[in-house]
Design a protein around this ligand. Structure first.
Ligand code: GLN
Ligand code: ZN
Length: 809
């Protein structure tokens, strides 16, 4: 008889099965509930989640994984790392660049003197509103100011608040939420294991706010604050603490890798066992570092990197436990128990009770409860597991290892085998036509007929666009009327004829407004789309949707990603009739508007029974048919949005080439079914292009529109230095703000671009879609944008004229 093994969880979704936290947060921010009411909701959620985990039978339950906005922000507060501008009034020393505070606070006795934005002392005066000021720039109390930056958590769609660092900064235990939560759980009788982000990952994920120092140098002053925290956690009675160091799966510079040893030597705590957690990939060249740290245990991700299990066991010191993450925390598929057992059994043989079982990473990235889904087909539903179901999977795997003859566990195993078999054999997952088409892909499919120079000449002959053509990115304001129309149709309150009429009216209004503004290439406005992925997913085979499958994206924001479960095919045209109608209303070209294959892939839960590249190519083939249909219907310009290309970039350098190869191929297959005369646009909106500029160029879109306005044109540098060969539309104004941009700022931005890039390659457009804006500011902004383009045209035509005269003489 084997002895029982330890099971645990790395973190539970905090948002609530009904998004209770989202609702409470937003109500609090609106002023509808008090802070005490908000806190009450948080307490209830924590207790519910602990209870669920205890019910599942886990040996250790995470605490400190609850966050009011973001767990990295919670840690910043814990360490006293709150930017000066977000501290409460009594500590507010004034900020040089936030004019707002000068007018509203009485503390401006520093007029005319340069006031440092940095304080080296830790912030001692933190409450919930402090956190919200960091996260959102405002809170029910305190002054409005600039929020801290937010960025993606590794390769997930979760966003964390980027810690701000400056030279000489001190840290100190300043906010006790993690400790309080742990006490709360222990008092209720739960076996709590507090979870914190480790010091090196914390520093790595932050940014220096000024030059002249290296944030790694802060480690020395950071460690004492961590020591304080660990001591306080030990005092709660917890015996284990989970310290996450996910950067151990990244390519780390030598000094970072070497810093681990001393840091963890200093963190040793007699009363606390440290479980060092890594996830999202393999330890790779950080294996030796991770294995040898003076901690009691190591957690590894055996879903993303099952191949590292045996090498890790081979090197693991005999006193350490190994937590093996076998249940996928990043996806929604039911665990194939037999497959997991085949990994775990050899590990158990080697490690005995030193083997722990867990999900691969925090369940933050999973929806909460599959039982809530009542509309999924039964077979499909049986293939899935959300956070609560994943806890049961961890528990049953433990039973299968420690009591192999337990009849309930055996039943679960048999059931799991049957489901795996059903899924593998299901005609829903296999469409022979799609498979045949995929096998028949040849190079011809991913090449346009002619190179860009020839294409653009033919396109220009057809489209006759002026220099600096103006266009928008696709969506126009999503008014209450539009939302109402869509929701009434969805709920069956209006029939499809009525729906069609109303959307057509929206399209007609949108076209008329663009004509009046004087834009050159129009769009239909995307009134029919709730979401750029969901809209297409709903009309493709192989996609399904949940009712409650929400996952936190940031703060109170959640997304409900579609699920790709089968071969993707397009049973009928998707956008064709709207596009055709829109084009019928104008003599100017109206762009057809599609979401690209990579974005369709990354903003969904993707099937795990075939490589992602295969799924991407299937989507590409389906969208290719849409592109060809649009062309046949007389659409001369087609935009394929790919805002997600960069976020798919693998965490490790060595894997990037292969990813970019298939991503580029998928885009090109989507785009290449058309004649030279048809102009293909793409759009991307994020801030780092330098590392993928070659791949962006390899997409070979005729025109790319990008976000540049927020970085003061800095972003354009990548395109300028690279000599980007095709047409490019640097976003000339920021659509994230309701401010109306002035003409001159837009002229200057384009002029700057024109110093490096040929004028005839430049377009003029906003930096993203306009759906979150309202009409008044949108019209005003676009009127100015068109003015800017006209000014540029006049000036450049004059210049050309002058050059011609000079050349002639
Ligand atoms: N065409 C989309 C829109 O305008 C693009 C959105 C995006 O870039 N995320 O809304
Ligand atoms: Zn965009």
């Amino acid at each position: 008889m084997n002895q029982t093994l330890t099971t645990h969880n790395l973190g539970f979704p905090r948002i609530g099965a009904d998004r209770e936290l989202k609702k409470a947060l937003e109500a609090y921010w609106r002023g509808d509930i008090t802070q005490a009411q908000l806190e009450q909701t948080g307490r209830k959620l924590r207790q519910t989640h602990w209870q669920w985990q205890a019910d599942a039978g886990l040996s250790l339950i995470p605490t400190g994984d609850f966050a009011w906005y973001d767990q990295v922000l919670t840690l910043s507060a814990t360490l006293g790392n709150i930017p000066l501008r977000h501290r409460s009034l009594s500590h507010h020393k004034g900020t040089a660049d936030h004019g707002h505070s000068h007018q509203e606070s009485g503390c401006c006795n520093h007029t005319g003197t340069e006031v440092s934005e940095f304080a080296s002392e830790p912030c001692q005066d933190i409450d919930l509103d402090t956190l919200f000021r960091v996260a959102r720039g405002r809170a029910p109390s305190g002054q409005a100011t600039t929020a801290s930056d937010m960025t993606k958590w590794f390769d997930t769609n979760y966003h964390y608040l980027v810690p701000e660092f400056h030279a000489g900064q001190q840290f100190q235990l300043s906010w006790t939420q993690i400790i309080d939560d742990t006490r709360e759980a222990i008092a209720l009788g739960y076996k709590a294991k507090p979870v914190i982000l480790g010091p090196l990952s914390y520093l790595w994920l932050g940014r220096e706010k000024h030059s002249g120092f290296d944030r790694l140098d802060l480690l020395d002053s950071l460690i004492p604050a961590y020591q304080q925290l660990l001591t306080a956690l030990a005092d709660t009675g917890a015996t284990w603490v989970q310290i996450d160091e996910p950067i151990l799966v990244l390519d780390l510079p030598g000094p970072w890798q070497r810093a681990f040893e001393e840091a963890y030597n200093r963190l040793q705590q007699r009363q606390l066992n440290i479980l060092l957690a890594t996830y999202f990939g393999a330890l790779g060249d950080n294996l030796t570092t991770a294995i040898n740290l003076p901690v009691a245990g190591l957690h590894i991700d055996a879903v993303r990197a099952p191949e590292q299990l045996l090498p890790v066991i081979d090197r693991l010191p005999a006193h350490k436990i190994l937590s093996v993450g076998v249940v996928d925390g990043r996806n929604i598929w039911r665990n194939d128990l037999a497959k997991s057992l085949s990994l775990l059994k050899p590990a158990q043989e080697r490690l005995g009770q030193r083997l722990w079982i867990a999900p691969s990473c925090s369940l933050l990235h999973s929806p909460v409860n599959l039982e809530r889904e009542t509309q999924l087909p039964a077979d499909l539903k049986s293939w899935l597991a959300f956070a609560r179901q994943k806890l049961d999977e961890v528990a049953v795997l433990e039973t299968l290892l420690s009591r192999p003859f337990d009849s309930i566990a055996q039943q679960a195993l048999a059931h799991s085998n049957a489901i795996a078999e059903c899924r593998a054999q299901s005609p829903k997952t296999h469409n022979p036509e799609v498979r045949a088409r995929l096998n028949a892909i040849t190079e011809a499919l991913w090449n346009r007929q002619s190179p860009f120079a020839q294409r653009i000449a033919k396109q220009q002959a057809l489209l006759q666009l002026p220099l600096f053509p103006t266009t928008t990115i696709g969506s126009f304001p999503q008014t209450d009327d539009i939302r109402k129309t869509r929701s009434e149709f969805k709920q069956g309150q209006i029939n499809s004829a009525e729906y069609e009429n109303r959307i057509r009216q929206e399209i007609a209004d949108c076209i008329a407004k663009q004509e009046a503004i004087g834009l050159d290439v129009l769009v239909h406005g995307e009134a029919e789309r709730n979401d750029m992925v969901e809209y297409f997913g709903e009309q493709l085979d192989g996609y399904t949707f949940t009712q409650h499958g929400w996952v936190q994206s940031y703060g109170s924001r959640c997304v409900k990603p579609p699920i790709i479960y089968g071969d993707v095919a397009r049973p009928a045209p998707i956008t064709l009739s709207w596009a055709r109608y829109a084009q019928s209303l104008s003599n100017k070209p109206v762009k057809g508007m599609l979401t690209g294959p990579i974005t369709m892939l990354f903003w969904s839960f993707v099937r795990d029974d075939q490589p992602r590249s295969t799924t991407a190519l299937q989507i590409a083939l389906a969208l290719r048919d849409e592109v060809v249909d649009l062309e046949a219907a007389g659409i001369q310009v087609i935009q394929i949005d790919e805002p997600a290309i960069r976020e798919g970039l693998p965490l490790r350098d060595k894997d990037r080439r292969a990813y970019l190869d298939w991503a580029v191929k998928a885009f090109r297959i989507t785009a290449s079914g058309v004649q030279d005369e048809t102009q293909i646009h793409t759009h991307m909106c994020y801030s780092e292009f330098n590392d993928i500029i070659q791949a962006i160029a390899a997409l070979d879109a005729d025109v790319i529109t990008i976000e540049t306005s927020r970085s003061d044109g800095e972003l354009l540098q990548a395109f300028e230095q690279f000599n980007y060969p095709n047409d490019i539309g640097p976003g000339v104004y920021d659509i994230h703000s309701p401010n109306v941009p002035d003409v001159n700022s837009m002229v200057q931005l384009i002029k700057r671009a024109a110093r490096q890039l040929p004028t005839e390659r430049l377009w003029v457009n906003p930096d993203c879609g306009l759906k979150t804006r309202r009409w008044p500011e949108t019209e005003a902004a676009l009127v100015n944008m068109v003015k800017a383009a006209r000014e540029l045209r006049e000036e450049f035509v004059r210049e050309q004229e002058r050059d011609r005269v000079i050349a002639a003489n």
